[in-house]
Design a protein around this ligand. Structure first.
Ligand SMILES: Cc1ncc(COP(=O)(O)O)c(C=O)c1O
Length: 388
């Protein structure tokens, strides 16, 4: 079927919530994908930080192949080994509490918000401006963006956003607060790290009032920033984290991971999901974790990220570079990020993403080789030189 045919089917039959790029991708391997005409693209976006190990990583593929022919689904009415082993690995490799599985980032945040309300009934949930937590009602209520929220009001009551500063967070948190929910580095918001003093203030205010500090690690987690979880580099330990995106090595799985204090707040019947923690996605996640949670891999993410950011900062037209590990955003002097991203795709065959008029976001595979990184820089340099 031609791209034109696909676009016609999309327009006629698919609810139009996505502005798709004019390319059909048919295959992926490592840092590369191919379109229907056989053109190769260098993928520096990883399906928005999902295929962190590159496309079709052999360990993930082998685990999925094995599991899919053994047991695909049975529901949470039964015990299954992959889910229990995955919960053990996630909890012991983070906050030491317990895990609730779900299927996406928004769902992980829904679970976190329900957990916080269960711990502090009717309590307020405080998020920060510039954040993104997903599109379901709870997650959307914590995503303080007028354009995304306004058409769907009324939203969940008792959820409000304040500026991401120490002063604003301290002022907003009180005895009425159930939780503070924020990203350590705001991804959709343009790769903006939250200041260290704001994180420390959030921790302090939550401690003072018995509220839960929850970090949304949906985008920053699974090695993206050079540690398994971004909070490890902040000096602040949250009460819970949420994760999804790269957790399943390319398949959909999300999780809420608590510390010990919140581990037993949710009770039988409080929350659930039919597909959550299914054996195939749990095996995929175990395989992804095995490869990701490796000191050599994480050290390389840090080193490569540092080098890429330094090199990007020297390119003409680039006014600022932000990020940590391989979560990278760069600003363009005169705006035009969406135009540059389109030019990168169509002329340089490099996949990136614009988070706004000024900022280009790169979320390359953690497995990107030196040669591929050099190739990426050359493609970006050529696109910038050609103007946009
Ligand atoms: C930080 C963060 N939280 C939550 C979400 C929502 O995840 P999902 O699209 O899987 O619902 C995203 C998605 O981009 C995200 O970046």
């Amino acid at each position: 079927m031609s791209l034109a045919d696909l676009r016609a089917l999309d327009a006629e039959h698919v609810i139009g919530t996505y502005a798709r790029l004019p390319v059909e991708i048919v295959r992926g391997e490592g840092a590369h994908v191919w379109d229907d005409e056989g053109n190769e693209y260098l993928d520096l976006l990883c399906g928005i930080s999902v295929t962190n190990l590159g496309h079709c990583h052999p360990s993930v593929v082998a685990a999925v192949r094995d599991q899919v022919g053994t047991l695909m689904h049975i529901s949470n009415l039964f015990h299954t080994e992959p889910a229990m082993r995955l919960a053990q690995r996630l909890a012991t490799r983070s906050l030491g509490g317990k895990v609730f599985f779900c299927n996406s980032g928004a769902e992980a945040n829904e679970a976190a918000m329900k957990l916080a309300r269960r711990a502090t009934p009717r309590g307020e949930i405080v998020s920060v401006t510039g954040g993104f937590h997903g599109r379901t009602f709870g997650a959307l209520s914590a995503t303080a963006q007028e354009s995304k929220q306004a058409p769907f009001e009324p939203l969940v009551p008792g959820v409000r956003a304040v500026a991401a500063t120490a002063e604003a967070i301290t002022g907003a948190v009180g005895p009425q607060t159930a939780a503070v929910l924020l990203e350590v580095i705001q991804g959709e918001g343009g790769v903006h790290p939250i200041a260290a003093d704001a994180l420390a203030a959030a921790r302090e205010a939550c401690d003072r009032h018995g509220a839960a500090l929850i970090f949304d690690e949906v985008q920053t987690g699974m090695g993206r920033t050079g540690t398994l979880w971004a909070y490890e580099q902040t000096g602040v330990v949250p009460c819970a984290i949420t994760t999804a995106k790269a957790l399943g090595g390319g398949l959909p799985i999300g999780a809420l991971i608590t510390g010990p204090r919140l581990a037993d707040v949710l009770q039988p019947g409080d929350h659930g999901s039919t597909f959550a923690g299914g054996p195939v996605v749990a095996r995929a996640a175990l395989a992804a974790l095995e490869v990701t949670d490796d000191p050599a891999m994480l050290a390389r993410v840090n080193a490569l990220g540092e080098r890429l950011r330094a090199q990007l900062a020297t390119l003409p037209g680039v006014s600022a570079v932000r990020g940590q590990g391989l979560m990278i955003g760069f600003d363009l002097d005169g705006g035009g990020a969406p135009e540059l991203v389109l030019r990168l795709l169509t002329e340089q065959r490099l996949i990136a993403n614009a988070t706004g008029p000024q900022t280009v976001r790169l979320l390359p595979p953690l497995t990107l080789s030196d040669a591929e990184a050099q190739d990426a820089l050359e493609r970006i340099t050529r696109a910038l030189a050609a103007g946009f």
